[in-house]
Design a protein around this ligand. Structure first.
Ligand SMILES: CC(C)(COP(=O)(O)OP(=O)(O)OC[C@H]1O[C@@H](n2cnc3c(N)ncnc32)[C@H](O)[C@@H]1OP(=O)(O)O)[C@@H](O)C(=O)NCCC(=O)NCCS
Length: 285
């Protein structure tokens, strides 16, 4: 089988998006879970924006000129985010996924990223094995949480929309918790108008790019994350990703009526600092 890799272009969005939708739908339904993307148009939309964004590197796999899969590298921060990697279900388990991972790892090495991260569907043995063999370590078990907006305020923790003027404080906070900032993503989220900050004792003690699948959040304490979750009007996409090792926050969400949609795993290769605070990763890590 002659597999060829090339860079992706916006013209690949439709075929790659359909493959992405089918790949996730097939594996999710085989395990009794709802698909990550509710319709192929949603997957096409997400890949269209990634393929058209110069901060994302993309790689497409072809067999005899036919596209069979794609993968992405989010290059907005010092730690690069890998995925979504998807292969046409008709040709899975034939090393195409491995080649697509090699493609983004070569790119990450050439750009000297400090490390790479990804979120893995916890029930999917093949991706778990593939990533482990490629050198990724399991860092956190996650629950993808979904439910009705909580409309809860946490005393002394005021949530408001984030502005450009908050960027520096938020980046400092993220650096303190993770050892690196995620300023690229935060800047995008502020421009989109989805980012929020929480203030306590007259300073910023937490922020979220969005409380949802594609957003991350950082807080000095669980109270900061509770305030951000409690103020969110909805949980965009399949849900937000909560490290279940944070038992106190996990139980708080469960006791407020939120449900676990599916288990997921945060995996990393290269630099990883044990977080020194409360956090929630995004699906892009
Ligand atoms: C995950 C995915 C991209 C992997 O691509 P792929 O082409 O199917 O996988 P590969 O053949 O490259 O690698 C699979 C590896 O798992 C191994 N494997 C599969 N099942 C296994 C098992 N039960 N135990 C041990 N190893 C297993 C295979 O032997 C292979 O390892 P090898 O390369 O050393 O032989 C693809 O299956 C896919 O699109 N899945 C659905 C979407 C998805 O979940 N994407 C990832 C998001 S986290």
């Amino acid at each position: 089988m002659n597999i060829k890799l090339r860079s992706g272009t916006p013209a690949d969005a439709e075929i790659c998006g359909k493959i992405c939708y089918n790949a996730f739908k097939t594996i999710s339904e085989a395990h009794g879970f709802p698909p990550d993307f509710p319709a192929s148009e949603v997957a096409i939309g997400v890949l269209t924006s990634m393929l058209g964004n110069p901060n994302f590197y993309s790689v497409v796999a072809e067999i005899d000129g036919r596209i069979v899969g794609s993968n992405f590298l989010d290059e907005r921060n010092r730690i690069a985010g890998v995925g979504p990697v998807t292969v046409d279900p008709a040709v899975q388990n034939r090393a195409i996924g491995r080649r697509l991972m090699d493609g983004v790892h070569e790119r990450a090495a050439s750009k000297n990223f400090d490390g790479v991260r990804l979120i893995q569907a916890g029930f999917h043995i093949r991706s778990l094995v593939l990533y482990a063999k490629l050198g990724y370590d399991v860092r956190e078990h996650l629950a993808c949480m979904q439910g009705q907006a909580l409309n809860i305020a946490i005393e002394g923790h005021v949530v408001r929309p984030a502005t450009d003027a908050d960027l520096e404080s938020c980046n400092r906070l993220c650096l303190g918790v993770h050892g690196h900032d995620r300023g690229g993503e935060l800047q995008d989220a502020i421009s989109r108008g989805t980012a929020t900050v929480v203030e306590h004792d007259e300073r910023i003690t937490g922020y979220a790019t969005v409380i949802g699948f594609f957003g991350h959040a950082v807080g000095e304490t669980n109270k900061d994350l509770k305030a951000l979750i409690g103020a969110s009007k909805e949980f965009i996409g399949p849900g937000f990703l909560l490290p279940t090792r944070n038992g106190e926050l996990f139980r708080w969400c469960l006791n407020k009526g939120l449900r676990v949609a599916q288990p997921m795993t945060l995996m990393s290769k290269g630099l990883y600092n044990e977080p020194a605070g409360a956090f929630m990763p995004s699906i892009l890590y």
